[in-house]
Design a protein around this ligand. Structure first.
Ligand SMILES: NC(=O)c1ccc[n+]([C@@H]2O[C@H](COP(=O)([O-])OP(=O)(O)OC[C@H]3O[C@@H](n4cnc5c(N)ncnc54)[C@H](OP(=O)(O)O)[C@@H]3O)[C@@H](O)[C@H]2O)c1
Length: 286
C-alpha cells in the first residue's frame, strides 16, 4: 500500500523500530485479499511511512472524490468528531450558546459551523487576532475570543468569555483542556454540557493541569462527558450524509492546511501544537 496523504496522531515517544502512528489515505499496490485490487483507494492507520503492509481487515475502501483531501477533513475523523461529539455530548438546543476552543482548527471550525446550523449562538476561542477575525468573518461565528491576549490572566479571560457569550455557555466543546477549560467552566450556565474532545494544551508534556472549576458544577448541575468519535459510529453514515449536504450547498466552509513531503511530518505536527494551522492540517507524501 502506498501512503498518499496523512493526518497527524499525537505520540510522545517511539521505541526503536516502531513507526510513528498516523492515519492516511493510501493506494493499494499489491493484495492477496480478493476484496482489494491494485489502485484501490483506502483509509488506514498507515503510520508515517511511504509503504505500509497491513491486514485487509484494517483497511477501509473509499470512493475517490474531489477534492480527495475532504476524505481526511470534513468527511474524516475531524468532521465526524465535530458532528457526533457536539450532537451526543453537547446536545445543543436551538437558541443556546455554544463555546468551542481551538475554533480555527479542524474540529473546532466545524463544531462552530454545525452549532450555527443547529440554531445556536456560537463563540470561538482561538490564538491571535487573525484567527479570531477568520472565525467571525469567514466561518460565521457570532463572536471570538483571543485567549492569547489573556495569558496568565484567568479572570480577564473569564470576563471576556462572559461578554462574548452574553452571560455564559450552555455547551462547551473542549479541544484544549487546561486554563481555558477552567475559564469556561466558571461561566457555564445551569444544566450546561461540556463535551471533552481533547486536551491540546497538555499534549506537549509538562506538568498536568489541575482543573479548579469543578466545584461549581455541582450547584449548576453541569454534565461533563469525554468521548472518542468511534463511540458513535453507528451514526456515521447519517452524519456523513448531512455533512455532505452542507458542504455541497456551501453552508459549511472547509479549511484545509496541506503541507508537502514525508520529511515535513515532524514539523507539521510540531507546528500544529504551536497553532500554525488553520483548519485540518494534512501532509501530502506522494
Ligand atoms: N475525541 C476524539 O475522538 C477526537 C478525535 C479527533 C480529534 N480530537 C481532538 O480534537 C482536538 C482538535 O484536534 P484537531 O485535529 O482539530 O487540531 P486543530 O484544532 O486543527 O489544531 C490544534 C490547535 O490547538 C490550538 N492550541 C495549541 N496549543 C494550545 C493551547 N495551549 N491552548 C489552547 N489552544 C491551543 C492551536 O490553535 P490556536 O492558534 O488557536 O492556539 C492549534 O491550531 C484535539 O484535542 C484532538 O486530540 C479528539
Amino acid at each position: 500500500m502506498r501512503a498518499w496523504m496523512m493526518g497527524q496522531t499525537y505520540r510522545a515517544a517511539l521505541s526503536a523500530g516502531e513507526v510513528m502512528a498516523g492515519s492516511g489515505l493510501a493506494e493499494v499496490v499489491e493484495s492477496r485479499d480478493p476484496a482489494f485490487a491494485p489502485g484501490d483507494l483506502v483509509y488506514a492507520e498507515t503510520g508515517w511511512q511511504r509503504l505500509a503492509v497491513l491486514p485487509a481487515n484494517r483497511l477501509q475502501k473509499v470512493a475517490p472524490m474531489a477534492p480527495l483531501t475532504h476524505l481526511l477533513s470534513v468527511y474524516g475523523v475531524a468532521g465526524l468528531t465535530a458532528y457526533l461529539g457536539l450532537k451526543e455530548c453537547g446536545r445543543p438546543k436551538v437558541g443556546e450558546t455554544v463555546v468551542v476552543s481551538a475554533a480555527a482548527g479542524a474540529v473546532g471550525g466545524l463544531v462552530g459551523q454545525i452549532a450555527k446550523l443547529w440554531g445556536c449562538r456560537t463563540v470561538g476561542l482561538a490564538g491571535g487576532p487573525a484567527k479570531c477575525a477568520l472565525l467571525t468573518s469567514e466561518l460565521g461565528f457570532d463572536a471570538a475570543v483571543d485567549y492569547k491576549a489573556y495569558a496568565g490572566d484567568m479572570p480577564g479571560l473569564y470576563q471576556a468569555l462572559q461578554e462574548a457569550t452574553g452571560g455564559g455557555a450552555d455547551v462547551y466543546f473542549d479541544n484544549v483542556g487546561g486554563e481555558i477549560l477552567d475559564a469556561v467552566l466558571f461561566g457555564m450556565k445551569p444544566f450546561g454540557r461540556v463535551a471533552l474532545c481533547g486536551a491540546v494544551s497538555v499534549y506537549d508534556g509538562g506538568v498536568p493541569y489541575g482543573v479548579r472549576g469543578l466545584g461549581g458544577m455541582v450547584s449548576k448541575r453541569i454534565a461533563m462527558r469525554g468521548f472518542i468519535v468511534s463511540d458513535f459510529y453507528d451514526q456515521r453514515e447519517a452524519a456523513l450524509a448531512e455533512l455532505k449536504g452542507w458542504v455541497e450547498s456551501g453552508q459549511i466552509k472547509v479549511r484545509e492546511d496541506v503541507m508537502e513531503g514525508l520529511e515535513n511530518l515532524p514539523a507539521a505536527l510540531i507546528g500544529l501544537l504551536a497553532g500554525d494551522n488553520v483548519g485540518k492540517r494534512l501532509v501530502r507524501i506522494a
